[in-house]
Design a protein around this ligand. Structure first.
Ligand SMILES: [Fe+2]
Length: 286
């Protein structure tokens, strides 16, 4: 095995290796190199536009989707990459915010992304505000056919939900976990009633404690500049980074009862149970 990882749930899945722009000028002789699951991998585009990869001398199975590079480390994907229909829906703007390096397990990163409870404290005056700290009850379900978790009917009062927002509003949310290290957040698209903006979080695990967390927006927003949209997301991620990096342990404990008094929300419980059930171990406390 080329990769320093025993976890079949990651080895047989599609893991991101960053935005497609990384291989814009990469060739077989001068490839883009990056670390994935503890191993240096090389990626490049051939003259016909096809992306290739290798880990050491071994060829890698790579695909391009949603403006991102995806690698199946074992070369035997258990299923197709998750669907992201909002990526190609008319009227939406796709904005790639690129990534931020975080010294933490990818599972911790995703769990933090799913947690509304930290908004008023970590993202004060952006995504929440004391004293409106209560997380209202929401619904959690597992889509067995797609093997994905959904949290729906989530709502939260936000002083400034996005770059386009000018006043505080109650925002409707839905969360979706597609892979152990990929999740999506859907939130009220204020310029387009009835529609939801989508924010994708794609985590590249460099190793068990070091990741790059990439963020891709699919928004109904005709007014904000691309720079403003990216800066807003980087502000939010920048607020999360020191919190995540100070978590002890950096890896996710999956034993029943671990940390539950401080992280007792339904989505977190469902995510941990889903990881346990499918046998995800990379980035966990073992
Ligand atoms: Fe956060």
């Amino acid at each position: 095995m080329t990769f320093d990882c025993q976890d079949k749930t990651l080895l047989d899945d599609w893991l991101t290796a960053g935005p497609s722009s990384r291989v814009e000028h990469a060739t077989a002789r001068t490839p883009y190199t990056t670390r994935l699951l503890g191993t240096e991998i090389a990626l490049w585009r051939d003259a016909a536009g096809q992306v290739h990869g290798r880990a050491g001398a071994a060829p890698l199975l790579v695909l391009e989707a949603y403006g991102y590079l995806w690698v199946c480390p074992s070369g035997q994907p258990r299923k197709a990459l998750f669907a992201f229909p909002e990526f190609s829906q008319d009227g939406r703007r796709i904005v790639d915010c690129d990534g931020i390096g975080v010294s933490v397990s990818g599972l911790r990163m995703v769990e933090n992304f799913l947690d509304m409870g930290h908004f008023p404290y970590v993202h004060a005056s952006y995504l929440g505000e004391v004293p409106q700290t209560e997380v209202a009850k929401y619904d959690v379900s597992v889509d067995e056919s797609a093997d994905e978790i959904w949290a729906t009917n989530c709502r939260f009062y936000q002083p400034r939900t996005s770059k386009a927002a000018t006043t505080g509003l109650e925002v409707q949310y839905a969360y979706r976990v597609m892979q152990p290290m990929s999740a999506m957040l859907y939130k009220t698209a204020f310029p387009r009633p009835g529609e939801m903006d989508a924010i994708g979080l794609f985590v590249q695990p460099h190793d068990e404690d070091h990741i790059t967390a990439y963020c891709l927006l699919s928004y109904f927003d005709d007014t904000s500049t691309e720079t403003d949209l990216i800066a807003f997301q980087h502000t939010i991620f920048g607020q999360d980074k020191p919190i995540l990096e100070s978590q002890v342990p950096k890896r996710m404990p999956l034993q029943l009862g671990a940390e539950m008094p401080t992280r007792c929300d339904a989505m977190s419980v469902a995510y941990r149970r889903w990881l346990s059930t499918r046998g995800t171990s990379y980035g966990t406390v073992r």
